[in-house]
Ligand binder design. Structure first.
Ligand code: AMP
Length: 279
């Protein structure tokens, strides 16, 4: 596995790869969710490339950029074991050199939910992913359903800017108690970790009630809110029943919807989601 820092070296190494090339963008501190993307890419592509870059542009000044967990040696060993051919680990100065001033802004689909609670977040995400697509020229790029709105924003960006890349969305990988794997789970202390499955419990209870015949969007939101609010360590930022494509909040009976939520436990912000109905 080649590990590369500069953009020039990346371009040379990329040119030597057999296609199709599958790209797995990450911020590192890898877990089985990230590795499921790498394994899927390995199974579907002649060459697999990954990036490890904690993207400052997607963190607001009040967020956890400095504290974000990092362990590059461990990440590289895991990617190598997953069969990755090429890893790019740029510095912030390589991605955003002095004088950088061009940003990619996706509009409607980036506005609600995470966009409303994390101003500027998706501008940072769309910009770095556009730069990764330019640098790697992948035929396929792999992202997790865990970040459902991010997937929608990237799909929209790739379509609008004519990137010739297939966006592949992989299922959310969970711990045994349902907690979605996340690098940020490392912030949780023992009591907080015990409380954290409340997100999945709320989502799966709503999905169960929907299967049993409750179709009202507001009824499902209220049920999820009630379950989160019953957990003393959890603070609800939002619960949502939204159109899976536009991400607009739904009203009345729902046949196909994205259930999603953001909850803080202590100072850790967790997100999760489930899709109701056929994709
Ligand atoms: P991150 O390092 O958090 O930026 O995540 C890198 C990629 O891994 C993104 O496409 C995420 O959606 C995906 N990912 C993160 N957690 C999970 C998970 N638990 N299951 C599946 N994909 C995930």
């Amino acid at each position: 596995m080649k590990v590369i820092t500069t953009l020039d070296d990346l371009r040379h190494a990329r040119a030597a790869l057999l296609g199709p090339v599958g790209l797995v963008p990450t911020m590192g501190y890898l877990h089985d969710g990230h590795l499921s993307l790498a394994r899927r890419a390995r199974a579907e592509c002649a060459s697999v490339a990954a990036s490890i870059f904690v993207n400052p542009a997607q963190f607001s000044p009040s967020e956890d950029l400095v504290a974000y967990p990092r362990d590059l040696p461990r990440d590289l060993a895991l990617l190598e074991a997953a069969g990755v051919d090429l890893v790019w680990t740029p510095t912030p100065e390589i991605v955003y050199p002095a004088g950088f001033q061009t940003w990619v802004t996706v509009e409607e689909v980036a506005r609600p939910l995470e966009g409303a609670h994390r101003p500027g977040h998706f501008r940072g995400v769309a910009t770095v992913v556009a730069k990764l697509f330019n640098a790697f020229q992948p035929q396929r790029a792999y992202f997790g359903q865990k970040d459902a709105q991010q997937a929608a924003v990237i799909r929209q960006m790739a379509r609008d800017l004519d990137f010739p890349v297939e966006i592949v969305i992989c299922p959310t990988v969970r711990e045994h108690d349902g907690l979605a794997m996340s690098s940020r789970n490392a912030y949780l202390n023992t009591g907080q970790r015990a409380a954290a499955p409340v997100l999945f419990r709320a989502l799966s209870t709503a999905a169960m009630v929907w299967t049993a015949g409750e179709r009202d969007a507001e009824g499902l939101r209220l049920l999820m809110a009630e379950i989160i609010d019953a957990e003393p360590l959890a603070r609800r930022q939002y619960v949502s029943v939204a159109d899976p494509v536009t991400l607009q909040e739904m009203e009345g009976p729902v046949a196909h919807a994205l259930l999603s939520m953001a909850v803080t436990i202590g100072r850790t912000r967790l997100i999760d989601n489930l899709v109701l109905g056929d994709d």
